[in-house]
Design a protein around this ligand. Structure first.
Ligand SMILES: CC(C)(COP(=O)(O)OP(=O)(O)OC[C@H]1O[C@@H](n2cnc3c(N)ncnc32)[C@H](O)[C@@H]1OP(=O)(O)O)[C@@H](O)C(=O)NCCC(=O)NCCS
Length: 389
């Protein structure tokens, strides 16, 4: 690494220059593959907003001649993991996100130093495992975490993005019943059915109670009783999702889109103007900052339950269309290679990420846990915490 020309220090929320410089850095760093689309995040003047809802969090900055040139965020929570021993005992999990280094200062060891110092904070807080997720084709990030910092890939997630278009989905209400749950009902259902999900948070209740959580909905076939029905002694088919208003926290903006995308969206607009009777489905203008809903706590059981997940996602789309003016996308992350589920969830391939690598590192030297993760079934569900999006 050579002699360091930079220092790593805590981000100071009260310092206006920190706020401004980090926000500016965020604007200059693209996320996403150059082959697909570039997305920029707009933190609305509050760079720490993405982790603020976690039980414990920290943001570090790298400074070069008093200029902020790098940033990283981390959060800590207590969660359940199949790899943690003894089984059923919760582990302390650190999560890394928002690593950015200004383009002119890259390849000078700043990214690695930021990760290293955040790991020191995890260790000081008795964290068992730290994890992070990155797109498979983000070579800089993959090399940094896997080759340099000894993280191990344990799962490939899929981030599915569905635009909120100008037309609602038609939902077959005669066959399928959708019901909103009270927070206590949702908590009970999650604890009963999702407790063995990888990284299921111990404080699920505080997520469900958070103002950003818009609700939990269950779908089941009308010919069957609902999943909580005491009388049910037959295998039931049902699905559950919860919704997080991520757009309240930060916005996204498309930086660059492939040429066919631009042509396609412009032609749709033109067609809609000329022939409104066709009721053309319009793609939102993603070049302006937009909000999005994040689907979390997705779980399904029983035959044909993937279809119920799909219907719940359509329901959520309609909710966004009628309730939220600036919500232009529904984002869902599934933590496994479940093709049937992926097909059931409405999404646009061009906006979605088919390979989001989840990587982990054992901070207390428990190499057995890493093996368990590496060799575990690729479809074991993963709880994607909306506070870490
Ligand atoms: C990823 C990022 C933070 C790396 O920051 P950085 O300060 O350049 O990283 P470092 O100098 O510490 O690099 C450490 C190692 O990572 C790997 N690496 C970094 N940039 C790389 C690149 N562009 N291509 C391939 N490998 C790269 C190399 O192995 C490098 O070691 P080396 O320079 O000895 O070969 C930076 O490129 C960035 O901000 N990218 C945009 C935002 C982003 O994608 N963040 C990650 C989200 S998870």
């Amino acid at each position: 690494m050579g002699s360091k020309n930079f220092v790593i220090r805590n981000y100071e929320e009260s310092r206006l220059s920190d706020r401004a410089q980090v926000a500016d850095l965020e604007q200059r760093c693209e996320i996403g593959s150059s082959k697909r689309v570039f997305l920029f995040t707009d933190t609305l003047g509050d760079p720490i907003c993405r982790i603020r809802h976690s039980p414990l969090y920290k943001m570090l900055v790298a400074e070069w001649n008093n200029e902020v040139v790098g940033v990283i965020q981390g959060s800590i929570k207590t969660a359940f993991s199949s790899a943690h021993k003894p089984p059923g005992l919760a582990a302390k999990v650190g999560y890394i996100l928002g690593l950015r280094v200004a383009p002119p200062f890259r390849r000078r060891g700043i990214g690695c130093s930021l990760v290293h110092d955040l790991e020191d904070w995890f260790v000081a807080n008795d964290v068992d495992y730290c994890c992070m997720a990155t797109e498979k084709d983000n070579h800089a990030s993959v090399n940094l975490f896997i080759n340099h910092m000894r993280y191990v890939k344990f799962r490939t997630g899929r981030i599915l993005v569905n635009p909120v278009t100008n037309h609602p989905y038609k939902i077959n209400q005669s066959e399928i019943k959708i019901q909103k749950l009270k927070i206590e009902e949702a908590e009970e259902i999650y604890k009963k059915h999702m407790a063995s999900t990888e990284f299921f948070p111990k404080d699920i209740n505080s997520i469900l109670k958070n103002n950003l959580s818009l609700g939990t909905w269950v779908a089941h076939y009308k010919k069957q009783p609902p999943p909580w029905s005491a009388a049910a002694d037959i295998p039931l088919s049902w699905a559950v999702v919860s919704l997080w208003n991520s757009g309240e926290v930060f916005k996204l903006r498309l930086g660059k889109a492939p040429f066919p995308w631009v042509v396609y969206t412009k032609s749709l607009k033109m067609m809609d103007k000329m022939l409104p009777c066709l009721k053309v489905i319009l793609v939102p203008d993603y070049f302006k900052a937009f909000g999005f809903y994040f689907v979390y706590g997705l779980h399904h059981e029983g035959a044909c339950s993937e279809r119920l997940v799909g219907v719940l996602c359509e329901f959520v789309h309609n909710l966004a269309l009628s309730n939220a003016k600036d919500c232009k996308a529904i984002v869902t992350e599934i933590g496994g290679e479940d093709d049937e589920l992926k097909m059931a969830i409405p999404h646009w391939k061009l906006l979605s990420c088919s390979e989001d690598l989840w990587c982990v590192k054992a901070l207390k030297g428990e190499e057995d846990s890493l093996l368990e993760w590496k060799n575990g079934p690729p479809n074991r569900p993963l709880f994607v915490d909306p506070r870490e999006v």
